[in-house]
Design a protein around this ligand. Structure first.
Ligand SMILES: Nc1ncnc2c1ncn2[C@@H]1O[C@H](COP(=O)(O)OP(=O)(O)O)[C@@H](O)[C@H]1O
Ligand SMILES: [Mg+2]
Length: 255
């Protein structure tokens, strides 16, 4: 599966990307996670030290991936990916190293090219932790044009749900045919109900609900991955997400 994790800032894209990647590894799959945040920190959630996360070299910009391109997928992974302590292979795509270094379009183009390739010789699942917003879907060509499925991350706020609604519109234009709606940071029944109502109102599916978890937040504050023994309610939601993604990718296209 090629999975794009998208949504408004702060809704839990990076956190969910890391938990999803780990859950897929637990199911015996080879997982590549691609951090496209210009301020990358997915590494921390996958057990890398701050230094290792900081020193992960981003993939070259404006690169054509493939046998006839600048680098094959295998070469790219060999040179730029690291195996994290959580068993997920990680690549950084868009780090901004210097102030005034220009826009990140070239990095997006490289990710788009990577996703356009057949990846199954190197990895079973590729998870792209997207930077906030929807620009990557409107950018010419669309970074996620070759994704099989989008995970629309939301928190119980109208702005997050409107972002998801806009994302669906852009995804359709790009020819993406599958998406899964995930409500995160759900504190109680009232928040859950409000989320359900707003999703229905804006025509956004709500397939999975991840509860707000103080344990998960505390692990994040420490800059460490949450243990598999902690917060079973969060892991159960992630398992549901894996099942939904697997089912969606096997299904005919959404209309
Ligand atoms: N289910 C959750 N329960 C508690 N805290 C969460 C949960 N999901 C995310 N967070 C916290 O919310 C903040 C934003 O999450 P993050 O994954 O960095 O969002 P994004 O990548 O979308 O900007 C982080 O501090 C993270 O620890
Ligand atoms: Mg993030």
């Amino acid at each position: 599966m090629k999975i794009g994790i998208v949504g408004k800032g702060g809704v839990g894209k990076t956190t969910t990307s890391s938990l999803l990647a780990r859950a897929l590894v637990d199911r015996g799959r080879r997982v590549l996670a691609v951090d496209t945040d210009s301020n990358p920190n997915l590494g921390l959630s996958l057990g890398l030290s701050p230094d290792a996360t900081e020193s992960l070299e981003p993939i070259p910009r404006s690169m054509v991936v493939g046998k006839r391109g600048d680098m094959t997928v295998a070469e790219l992974m060999n040179d730029f990916a690291v195996l994290t302590p959580e068993g997920v292979t990680l690549m950084s795509a868009l780090r901004v190293n210097e102030a005034g270094a220009g826009c990140t379009c070239g990095g997006h183009a490289s990710v788009r090219s990577l996703l356009g390739e057949a990846l199954h010789s190197e990895t079973d699942d590729t998870i792209v932790d997207m930077e906030a917003g929807i620009e990557h879907l409107s950018r010419s060509g669309g970074t996620l044009a070759h994704a099989d499925v989008l995970v629309l991350m939301m928190e119980p706020s109208r702005k997050a749900i409107i972002t998801a609604q806009r994302t669906i519109g852009l995804a359709k234009e790009l020819g993406i045919t599958h998406w899964v709606g995930v409500g995160n940071l759900v504190t109680d029944d009232e928040a859950r109900q409000a989320l359900e109502e707003m999703c229905a109102e804006h025509d956004v599916p709500l397939d999975v609900i991840i509860p707000s978890s103080p344990t998960l937040a505390a692990a994040d504050r420490k800059g460490q991955p949450m243990s598999r023994d902690d917060a079973p309610e969060v892991w159960a939601a992630i398992d549901t997400l894996v099942d939904r993604l697997t089912a969606h990718v096997g299904e005919p296209a959404a209309s």
